[in-house]
Design a binder for this molecule. Structure first.
Ligand code: MRU
Length: 309
């Protein structure tokens, strides 16, 4: 099972908005379908968004659409994960959009295996690992970055336990990461986002491994809440790792210049379909935050573990 697949000149995506209850698929038949799927988070997670965008460019090429125009529109789907921009530009610069997208697809799988291999070296027998959001197979073509590290350690026979933050407001930790771990029979428990500091103080978390949407000079952008987990980990002297491919690195900007996506306030106003605040309450809903490099123990890449930049 892959997060995305190219079949009959169409793109098939797992509909992540339906998990964990239903494993269903949506088909993107043209590049506009791809834009909708990225914008509405049918597909999400930086590497998966990137490869999906690459296939969006291939679809635009098959349709005979001007590729510069398609590139501009696809890049506007979401602002923060740099993989989107990286993938679109890579396909735009290639001679054969479909071949390039298929190459990125294969590379993504190989990259995640390599991240897993390097990352598993820092995971010890008996570790309990906290992760935030979903940086798993569903955030990539397959296997995952942060969850790839956990999968690799588990495959090596290490007895490990995983704790997933629920990751309010959209709940990617609860609905996606817990689901992925259960599919693999990796022991997993779900906690409210606000509980990780307390669990660290009780000695119940040995390591933190998260993914990234952008890595640039000064730190890492990842799902909102990552920064608070990093602060708590620093306070308790718990190693805090970021697992991500080089396609998530942005060498052009300072991390604090990243455009942080602000999402609809209703994601916060409503919980389980019910409004949880007075009608008309004003909301601030940033989808990502920035963890400064001082709080990061290491970045696990497909070429090895490096210091933050
Ligand atoms: O808004 P999303 O679900 O696309 O955000 C994804 C994340 O922020 C993940 O935490 C992640 O680490 C990046 S993808 C490997």
């Amino acid at each position: 099972m892959k997060t995305l697949e190219w079949e009959d000149n169409k793109l098939k995506l797992i509909d992540q908005t339906k998990l964990p209850d239903e494993l269903t698929y949506v088909w993107c038949e043209d590049y506009r379908d791809v834009i909708v799927a990225i914008r509405d988070m049918t597909v999400r997670g930086a590497p998966a968004i990137g490869v999906t965008a690459g296939f969006g460019m291939a679809l635009a090429d098959i349709e005979g659409v001007d590729l510069d125009k398609a590139a501009r529109e696809i890049k506007a789907a979401r602002p923060t994960a740099v993989n989107l921009f990286w993938a679109v530009d890579r396909v735009l610069d290639s001679d054969d959009p479909l071949k390039e997208a298929l190459t990125m697809y294969d590379e993504d799988m190989a990259t995640n295996r390599a991240i897993g291999k390097f990352g598993a070296e820092v995971i010890e027998e008996g570790d309990t690992i906290l992760t935030h959001c979903n940086a798993g197979a569903l955030a990539c073509v397959d296997y995952g970055t942060a969850l790839g590290v956990i999968r690799a350690a588990h495959d090596q026979g290490k007895n490990i336990n995983v704790i997933c933050d629920e990751t309010r407001p959209r709940g990617q930790g609860a609905s996606l990461s817990v689901w992925e771990m259960q599919q693999e029979n990796i022991p997993v428990k779900l906690i409210p986002d606000v509980a990780s500091g307390f669990l660290m103080s009780q000695g119940k978390i040995d390591k933190v491994v998260i993914g990234a949407d952008r890595i640039a000079k000064g730190g890492v952008v990842n799902k909102v809440g990552s920064f608070m987990v990093a602060l708590a980990a620093k306070h308790h002297d718990i190693p805090f790792y970021v697992a991500a491919p080089y396609s998530t690195f942005d060498n052009e900007i300072n991390i604090y210049d990243t455009v942080i996506e602000e999402r609809d306030g209703d994601e916060v106003r409503y919980y389980g379909g019910a409004r949880i605040c007075p009608k008309g309450t004003e909301v601030i809903n940033p989808a990502f935050d920035i963890t400064p490099k001082e709080l990061i123990t290491g970045i696990i890449t497909e070429k090895g573990i490096i210091d933050p930049i």
